[in-house]
Each structure stands twice: as C-alpha cells, then as structure tokens.
Design a binder for this molecule. Structure first.
Ligand SMILES: NC(=O)CC[C@H](N)C(=O)O
Length: 240
C-alpha cells in the first residue's frame, strides 16, 4: 500500500466564520478523487498550530477585531512569517482585508499582513443593511461554476492593484489583466478574477500566485465548489 500524503489546511480561528470554512473543506474533498491524501482541517489559534499548516484560510468576521486578537495572542508575526513561506493562503471578506497590504477606511492601529499587493476599501458597499446575495459566474476559472451564490456582508472591495516590490513596469490596465483559466498566471502580479459590472465595476476576487482574496463569503452558501477549487488549484495544484 502506498503511503498517504498528509495535507493540513488550517483555518484561522481567532474570530469570525471559521467553523463554516472547515465544514466546506470537509465536504469539498468528499466529492473528489483524493484517495492518495489524508487531509486535516484544524482551527488555528496558536503559532504551534499554524506551524503544522500547509495552507491557511483567513475567514470573514471583523478585520479590526481579528487584527487586535492576533496582536494580543502573539499571532501577528507568525502569520506574517507564514505568508513569507509562500504557502497558499485564502482570505474571505475580513480575511481579505487582513491579507492586504493597504486599506482605506481602516481603524487606527489596525494591522495588515501584506500578503497581497492590493489596497482594499472596507465597507465599500455601505452598511449592514446594504448586504446582498448575488449569483456569480466563475466559469472563467472554475469549470462549470456559472451560478454560484455569493454573500456580501459589509464587504470590502479591492480598490487598487499595487505593483509588487521590485516591479519595473507600471501595471497593465485593468481590462488586460482579467484572469481566466486560459491566461498565463503570472505569480508575481495581482490578477483580477471577478469584478461586478453592475456595481461600479468593483473588484471582488483577486489572485496573486498562491494567494487568493474574495470580498464575499463562499463558506456561507450551500455550495462547496469554491472550496474544492481552492484545494485543487492552490493547495494541490501548481506550485509557485
Ligand atoms: N463580513 C465581513 O467579513 C465584514 C468585514 C468587516 N466589514 C471588516 O471590516 O472587517
């Protein structure tokens, strides 16, 4: 019998919707061909737990609280170190804010991990009352997923794509960097996965190499295909 490959995808559990992510991860690998793997999806609260992870999800919640708890529990620099290890990381909503380099409407003293070369704007769609659900077409990058229910709750948007450190050329125009599965994915640049044409063209999903950021919460839908894509494409797939 061949030995199973152990893969640990942690979910940062300082605050927010971490339980939902774990449920979706467990569900996502039921529908695949993963006989050669043994997966664990631990809640991550300590540097020791983080050190066991091959990949990390940072959930939605409240980015100011998450930053404060990370600081108080000594998790801030282990998280920054983890990002520098070039392991796959996915931030959803508050997690996207935490993962960003810069933020508009941030709170004084709020920390950012700087794992993606983006500026985010917090609460870009307005208040809690302006939260909404939209069926989005992700079939450009996830096969067959053309009606995915996405939930936006006081969601941020990506308001600027920043040049990675050391970049020589100025960034291309937005239109030319829209990502699809047929496009070569430059691991150093931020690529737009999804923007909302009917809402100011707001950018709501981006990728930079093995980092993924989404404004919305795929973990709050009943559909695990987005999580399956993260596992297949970012954790088991191409390595950057
Ligand atoms: N649903 C969410 O994660 C909301 C994010 C929240 N507005 C923040 O700034 O952290």
């Amino acid at each position: 019998m061949t030995e199973l490959k152990h893969i640990t995808i942690g979910v940062l559990a300082l605050q927010g919707a971490f339980v939902e992510h774990i449920r979706h991860l467990a569900n996502a690998i039921k529908n695949g061909q993963y006989e050669e793997y043994h997966f664990s999806f631990p809640q991550v609260k300590t540097p020791e737990e983080l050190a066991t992870c091959d990949a990390l999800i940072i959930p939605g919640g409240e980015s100011t609280a998450m930053s404060l708890i990370a600081e108080r529990t000594g998790m801030l620099s282990p998280l920054m170190d983890f990002i520098n290890l070039e392991k796959p990381v996915w931030g959803t909503c508050a997690g996207l804010i935490f993962l960003a380099k810069q933020c508009v409407n941030g709170k004084e003293g709020q920390h950012f991990l700087g794992g993606m070369d983006i500026e985010v704007t917090r609460n870009a769609f307005g208040r809690q009352m302006d939260s909404f659900i939209a069926d989005l077409d992700f079939s450009d990058f996830i096969d067959g997923v053309n009606m995915f229910p996405t939930t936006f709750i006081r969601a941020p948007v990506v308001s600027k794509l920043l040049d990675p450190p050391g970049a020589i050329h100025k960034r291309d125009t937005e239109a030319s960097i829209i990502y699809s599965k047929n496009t070569y994915c430059n691991p150093h640049k931020v690529q737009v996965l999804k923007l909302l044409e009917d809402r100011n063209g707001f950018i709501v999903a981006v990728r930079q190499g093995n980092k993924l950021g989404t404004s919305f919460h795929p973990e709050l839908s009943a559909d695990s295909r987005f999580h399956k894509w993260f596992v297949d494409e970012f954790v088991l797939g191409k390595s950057y």
